[in-house]
Design a protein around this ligand. Structure first.
Ligand SMILES: [Mg+2]
Length: 315
């Protein structure tokens, strides 16, 4: 994705706001006030907020402080402690106007306060201002999510997406697949053709991998020097293996001359595939390690090929 695409896509999106209050009537008042301008979601229990936020990824949470099970302060603390929800803007809604309460809320990471009973103009304005700041900082953050040389996702974006996809696949009992890719004999390419041409080769390979992954939910990231990793959520073993083979074919079809390779006259890649239907007791890093082992196997079997493994569930 180009930077200009990012800016355009930010403007297209209607802000998502989660309203949390144990009194449903309060939630409804705010929904009515804001629903024209934003997508509004509702929760009446502090307990649900973290889970809902991880799935929904709202831009903002309007959070009641006084709630029976888990109070707003506690919810805010949990949101800020979790990397998947830490960037969501929190505005507290409270019936009490006390300096100490506001200080505590701001120290926990909230960006603003709204007082009950709700004043429509103040509420709308505060929400609008904070949402604008949130979207601007999202945009800045997204610039830091791409690998400068190849234009595909970087390691940081990979880590975030993998964690989120892993979680979704646990919930939906769906398979998730990882493809680890490495350009064969790349050191010799760099040493003989020079780093500039090496960089061009990396960019072309990255672009080809990206074009081979057609679904928007799939992600390719630069994982290391000449190593790439793909996340394929809701993709079973056969689908992932097929995709890895297509990537290898498409790289071969580029016919990037490599006179110093013992594999082919052209640039080739090797791929390691691992698939699992994850469950809560599993570590996501295990899937990466297994894909990496398969990549090693593909290398030792002669490169320019796929090795793959499906992990059967031992629960
Ligand atoms: Mg309340």
């Amino acid at each position: 994705m180009e930077i200009s695409d990012l800016i355009v896509s930010q403007h297209d999106v209607k802000g998502k706001i989660l309203v949390v209050d144990d009194q449903i009537v309060n939630v409804k008042i705010i929904k009515k006030l804001l629903q024209e301008d934003y997508d509004i979601f509702m929760a009446t229990d502090g307990d649900q907020v973290i889970d809902v936020c991880m799935d929904l990824q709202p831009d903002m949470v309007l959070l009641d402080i006084e709630m029976p099970t888990v109070n707003g302060f506690e919810v805010c603390k949990q949101l800020k402690a979790n990397p998947l929800t830490a960037n969501i803007a929190v505005i507290f809604i409270t019936a009490h106007f006390e300096e100490a309460t506001e200080v505590k809320g701001l120290q926990l990471g909230a960006v603003d306060f709204i007082h009950k009973p709700i004043n429509p103009i103040i509420t709308k304005t505060r929400v609008k201002n904070q949402l604008m700041l949130k979207q601007q900082s999202d945009l800045l953050r997204s610039f830091a999510m791409y690998d400068a040389l190849t234009g595909v996702a970087n390691r940081r974006q990979f880590d975030q997406r993998f964690a989120a996809n892993w979680r979704h696949c646990i919930r939906d009992k769906e398979p998730i697949s990882i493809i680890m890719l490495d350009i064969d004999v790349f050191k010799q390419y760099n040493d003989n053709y020079g780093h500039q041409q090496g960089d061009n080769c990396l960019a072309l390979v990255a672009k080809t991998i990206q074009q081979t992954l057609k679904r928007p939910c799939d992600l390719v990231a630069r994982y290391g020097g000449e190593e790439f990793v793909c996340i394929l959520p809701q993709t079973d073993f056969c689908g992932a293996e097929h995709k890895a083979k297509s990537i290898i074919d498409n790289i071969n079809a580029l016919k990037i001359e490599h006179g110093f390779s013992n594999v082919s006259d052209y640039i080739t890649v090797s791929a390691g595939v691992a698939t699992v239907v994850p469950h809560k007791e599993m570590q996501q890093d295990m899937l990466l390690e297994l894909a990496d082992k398969q990549l090693y196997l593909a290398k030792s079997n002669g490169r320019n090929q796929v090795a793959s493994i499906e992990i059967s569930n031992i629960s």
